[in-house]
Structures are given as structure tokens and as C-alpha cells.
Design a protein around this ligand. Structure first.
Ligand SMILES: *[C@@H]1O[C@H](CO)[C@@H](O)[C@H](O)[C@H]1NC(C)=O
Ligand SMILES: *[C@@H]1O[C@H](CO)[C@@H](O)[C@H](O)[C@H]1NC(C)=O
Ligand SMILES: *[C@@H]1O[C@H](CO)[C@@H](O)[C@H](O)[C@H]1NC(C)=O
Length: 344
């Protein structure tokens, strides 16, 4: 008898405990808490990227929160990003960076990010991204005349960049600039044949005159004096020949470095960019090995987090049958969230 009472008490205790620990309602993708986590994640991704352009948030695809203990949560985020016009070395804050329009052949980034929230403080534990240009078919369908991204190692592109930079260097009174990397390029054939390029540059320790004497001796300025910049070039090839180039140097930015991608291909091309139209966010990351190895872990954790939440939701649905008040409007699905720019 005593044993039975004890058992009943134990069962009641267990039920109580389960009720007390029932999971909170899942976060919606557009909740302020989700947006705060996404902002930390996007800043981290841009901070750890070393090539191409900064990316901005387009949509929160999914969010899972797994409580780890008092005041500690692990958060899994799936994000859709879009390439902005700000080169990664640019000092312009992300909030001031314009997202590249669909007509300019947009580049999308997909990221899985694992964050930790301890006493309200968010930090990123791991992230995995990759990025790709919108398909040529997609762009052409909507905008048949829009010029499409060219391969970064296209002969016309390499020639146009080198012509534009030579022209700039021959006319400037400032330091002799060296090519760091080509960011993107489009080739238009009608009504004129024009190659439009964007490329990152760095100031060397030579003036234009000194470079003419011995360009081989011109080195990028050392880290404590580094001065990076960005150029746009337009080389018209037909029917007439014309060249326009604009470069802007950012000035020295303490702590900002340019990681040269492996061997200097002199054409300013990361080996990973050869044959592609855009820099891949995955390969642009600081520590590809670390983010690769943690990526499978992120995916595994996301999958298990998903099934936990699904189970909790299914159980809640079985137990709670709340009669719908008259005029009940079902809430919008919590995920994916709203699109901030455009769908690609
Ligand atoms: C960014 O935008 C804000 C608000 O429009 C402006 O006040 C600020 O000067 C801008 N900063 C830069 C670096 O462009
Ligand atoms: C630039 O730096 C290199 C390497 O330190 C040096 O050999 C060269 O003389 C310098 N050039 C000028 C113009 O100062
Ligand atoms: C660009 O790179 C791709 C892949 O390596 C190669 O197949 C192609 O021939 C290259 N194009 C030029 C113009 O070098």
C-alpha cells in the first residue's frame, strides 16, 4: 500500500515536472529575438569573409531554439542573404550598403549558423555558407536585355581590368595601385560591346613614376600602413574604343587585412574563383576547414532540433483542443519570415 502511494506521488510529481518544463512556443522567423540573432550572424559572416562583397539579410528561413540550461540557449538559424554593392574591404557599415538589384544579376548566399545565447548575450559558435549567382535563365526571363555576370577569368574581363588599372595608374598622382581581386564583371554586346568590371586594389610604396622605372619593386604597403580601395572600369570595345575608370582609396583601416588567396595569379584571381562568376562565400571564409567540419554538426543538430520541436508541437496539438472563437484568424506561419528585398 505504502509502495502504491509512493508510486502515485512519484507519477504526479513527474507530470508536474513535465508541465513545468513544457517547451515555450517556438520563435517565429520575424520575431524581434530572431532578427537580433540574425543580425549578429550576418555581422559575423561578413566579418569572417575576405573576398567579394558584404552580404545583407534577405530572409530568415528557419530558427530553432534549444534550451541548454538556465539562461542558456543554443540557436540554429537558416538565413538567405543577398550580395550588396559594398566590397568586403570597404569601411561602409552594412546598414548603408545597397543590395544589388535583380537586374544587376543578383548573388544569393545561404547560411546555416549556430549561436549561443547566455544571459541575453548572443555569440556565433559556427557558420556555414555558400553563395551562387542567380541562374542566367532566371535573369533573362524577367529582363532579356540585362547583361549577365561573366566568368572572372574570362579573357575579355582580364584584359579590361588590366587596361582600366593601367590607365588609372598612368594618370594618377597618388600611389601606384596593385590589383587585389576582381569582384564581378559583366559583358554587354548590344548596342555596344562593353566590359564593365569591379575590382579591389591596394596602394603600393611606389609613385607612378617609380613604378615606371621598376614595377617589380613596388610592394603593397605593410599591414600597419595598408590602404585598400576599389575601382570600377568600363571598357568599350565596339563600335568605338573608349575607357573609363574610377578608383577610390579607403585610407588606412587598422585591423583590416587582405588575405591573399594562395598563389598570386597576378590576374588577381583566387584559384577558387577561376571559372566562376562570383566569389563563393563558403571559400571566402576565414577558416574553411573549421567551418566545414562544424557544418555537418550544425546540420545534425538542426535536424534533431527540428524533430524535437515537431514532436512537441504534435503532442501539444493532441492534448489541447481550444475551441476557436468566432472570427478567429489563424496566425501567419512562424517561418520562413518575410522577404526584405526580392525573391530569387
Ligand atoms: C550611413 O547612413 C546614415 C543614415 O542614413 C548616415 O547618417 C551615415 O552618415 C552613413 N554612414 C556612412 C559611413 O555612409
Ligand atoms: C618598396 O618596398 C620594397 C620592399 O621593401 C623596396 O625594395 C623598394 O625599394 C620600395 N620602393 C620604394 C619606391 O620605396
Ligand atoms: C576559366 O577557367 C575555367 C575553369 O578552370 C577554364 O575551363 C577556362 O578555360 C578558363 N577561361 C579562360 C579564358 O582562361
Amino acid at each position: 500500500m505504502k509502495a502504491l502511494v509512493a508510486l502515485i506521488l512519484l507519477v504526479q510529481l513527474a507530470i508536474h515536472k513535465a508541465e513545468a518544463e513544457s517547451p515555450p512556443a517556438p520563435l517565429g522567423c520575424d520575431d524581434p529575438e530572431s532578427e537580433a540573432a540574425a543580425e549578429v550572424a550576418v555581422n559575423y559572416i561578413n566579418g569572417h569573409s575576405h573576398h567579394g562583397y558584404k552580404f545583407a539579410l534577405n530572409r530568415i528561413e528557419d530558427i530553432r531554439v534549444v534550451p541548454q540550461g538556465p539562461n542558456t540557449d543554443i540557436i540554429f538559424l537558416e538565413l538567405d542573404l543577398l550580395e550588396t554593392k559594398c566590397p568586403i574591404l570597404s569601411p561602409t557599415p552594412l546598414a548603408n550598403c545597397t543590395v544589388r538589384s535583380f537586374a544587376e544579376h543578383a548573388v544569393e548566399g545561404d547560411c546555416d549558423v549556430k549561436l549561443q545565447k547566455v544571459n541575453g548575450i548572443l555569440s556565433v559558435l559556427a557558420s556555414k555558407c555558400h553563395s551562387h549567382a542567380d541562374s542566367r535563365e532566371d535573369v533573362s526571363k524577367v529582363c532579356p536585355d540585362c547583361p549577365l555576370l561573366a566568368n572572372l577569368n574570362d579573357t575579355d574581363v582580364l584584359e579590361a581590368v588590366s587596361a582600366a588599372l593601367n590607365d588609372y595608374n598612368s594618370k594618377t598622382t597618388g600611389p601606384y595601385l596593385r590589383l587585389l581581386e576582381i569582384g564581378r564583371a559583366v559583358i554587354q554586346y548590344h548596342p555596344v560591346h562593353v566590359v564593365v568590371t569591379e575590382f579591389a586594389v591596394g596602394a603600393t610604396n611606389c609613385s607612378g613614376e617609380e613604378a615606371k622605372a621598376n614595377v617589380g619593386a613596388c610592394q603593397l604597403l605593410p599591414e600597419d600602413q595598408s590602404n585598400f580601395g576599389f575601382c570600377t572600369g568600363e571598357v568599350v570595345k565596339h563600335p568605338s574604343q573608349n575607357l573609363q575608370v574610377n578608383c577610390q582609396l579607403y585610407g588606412h583601416q587598422p585591423g583590416v587585412t587582405y588575405t591573399h588567396p594562395g598563389q598570386d595569379t597576378s590576374a588577381g584571381l583566387a584559384p577558387s574563383a577561376v571559372g566562376f562568376t562570383n566569389h563563393n562565400l563558403r571559400l571566402s571564409h576565414n577558416n574553411p576547414v573549421a567551418s566545414e567540419s562544424s557544418s555537418s554538426e550544425i546540420l545534425r543538430s538542426m535536424l534533431s532540433a527540428k524533430s524535437v520541436t515537431k514532436r512537441a508541437v504534435a503532442e501539444a496539438a493532441q492534448h489541447v483542443k481550444v475551441p476557436r472563437p468566432v472570427g478567429f484568424v489563424p496566425p501567419p506561419p512562424p517561418c520562413p519570415g518575410k522577404i526584405r528585398h526580392f525573391d530569387i
